[in-house]
Design a protein around this ligand. Structure first.
Ligand code: PLP
Length: 378
């Protein structure tokens, strides 16, 4: 099987999976209990935090663990809500549903929510962003790398611009498709909060990392046993957390090596598809993630292409896995793509585990399937 839907999830690294097993066998204790075995487990969680903080250049006491980025995004947005009626919120039109749906809900509840548009290349429209900033801007959430197109946003510049106009603004970025794929230096980015998810970089599913510069201002979503400074009650996913630290370390240490490998796959596939298929359009920006190739074919249906490729044991995506059942595509629509192209969009997302032979075979099959379908609809 050729797996080219790595933006939806990645295969867990063997070494990371083995670590989960050994922790569950030998260190299954509840980290909140008072005996020595539990204290050892608690210490291991602290070591994991320390390893993650070093890999991402942030302070370790700014990290929390959750059940995934959906929870992290909800916690950050809802945990910073204010009763101040003047407070304004900015979200981009490109956000993952775990941010966008929360933003939309806030708007319906009467909060002052603004949505910033995307450029044709999928990045956030900086001029529109600037026009929305004012002294009442209280909270901003702009993703680092778009999960459908791979467009990279210049978060550092946006943080700078925002703080010039609203000094105390809280700037959050969803970094799920960035960690382990492009360089992430949290101190340098200057964000106040950042979301991550272990299963996107060959770690376990169900483990999210939340970075927040000022945790003392965050309000919890859950009340309960008071774990993690009372901000995320619930027994910690010990093996998940410790193995996530290993996955982060592996991903960051091999970042350039892996990125160069997938970049060559992406370049090869993109060139061949454009050469051999008429009426196709790549959805990308000049500084795109090498891990994602979004392409639209006029007059076709992405879902049909997906199922025809599945017959050859090739798995691809049509967009965000969480919203792939919806026929519309908010992101491509906001980028100004024509409806006749939007429906025929597919997302190929690579991983370090792919081989050039897989890429060559998949490329040949995509060309064959798309050309067959194009002839049928002509
Ligand atoms: N944010 C982005 C950009 C994503 O791509 C995803 C997963 O598709 C999520 C958030 C949600 O992550 P999780 O599966 O950990 O809830």
């Amino acid at each position: 099987m050729i797996f080219l839907d790595n933006a939806s999830t990645t295969k867990i690294d063997k070494q990371v999976n083995q670590l989960i097993y050994s922790i569950n066998e030998e260190q299954f204790y509840n980290p909140s209990a008072l005996y020595g075995k539990s204290i050892e487990v608690q210490q291991k969680i602290e070591v994991a935090k320390n390893d993650i903080s070093k890999a991402l250049n942030c302070k370790e006491d700014c990290l929390l663990f959750t059940s995934g980025a959906t929870e992290t995004n909800n916690l950050i947005i809802k945990g910073f809500l204010t009763n101040n009626k003047q407070a304004e919120y900015i979200f981009s039109m490109g956000e993952h549903p775990s941010v966008f749906e929360v933003a939309d809900n806030l708007k319906n509840l009467g909060y002052k929510v603004n949505f910033v548009n995307l450029n044709k290349d999928g990045s956030v429209d900086l001029e529109h962003f600037k026009s929305l900033l004012n002294q009442n801007t209280y909270f901003i959430s702009i993703m680092h790398v778009n999960n459908e197109t791979g467009a990279i946003n210049d978060i550092k510049s946006m943080v700078y611009l925002a703080k010039q106009i609203s000094k105390n603004v809280i700037f959050h970025s969803d970094g799920v498709q960035a960690v382990g794929k492009i360089e992430v230096n949290l101190q340098d980015l200057g964000v106040d909060a950042y979301s991550m998810s272990a299963h996107k970089f060959h770690g376990p599913k169900g483990v999210g990392i939340l970075y927040c510069k000022n945790l003392s201002k965050l309000k919890p979503l859950f009340l309960g046993g008071g774990q993690q400074k009372g901000l995320r009650s619930g027994t910690e996913n010990v093996s998940g957390i410790i193995s996530t630290a290993l996955a982060v370390k592996n991903a960051v240490e091999n970042l350039n090596l892996n990125a160069n490998k997938v970049k060559s796959f992406r370049n090869y596939m993109k060139q061949k598809l454009l050469e051999n298929i008429k009426s196709s359009m790549i959805n990308e920006n000049p500084n795109n993630s090498p891990y994602i190739l979004s392409i639209s074919f006029k007059g076709l249906k992405g879902e049909v292409i997906l199922h025809m490729l599945e017959e050859y044991d090739i798995l691809i995506g049509t967009g965000s896995a969480c919203s792939s059942k919806k026929s519309d595509n908010r992101i491509l629509r906001n980028m100004g793509r024509d409806k006749s192209y939007i429906q025929g969009s597919i997302r190929i997302s690579f991983s370090k585990n792919n081989t050039i032979e897989e890429i060559e075979f998949a490329t040949q099959k995509i060309i064959q399937v798309v050309n067959e379908l194009t002839q049928k609809v002509a």
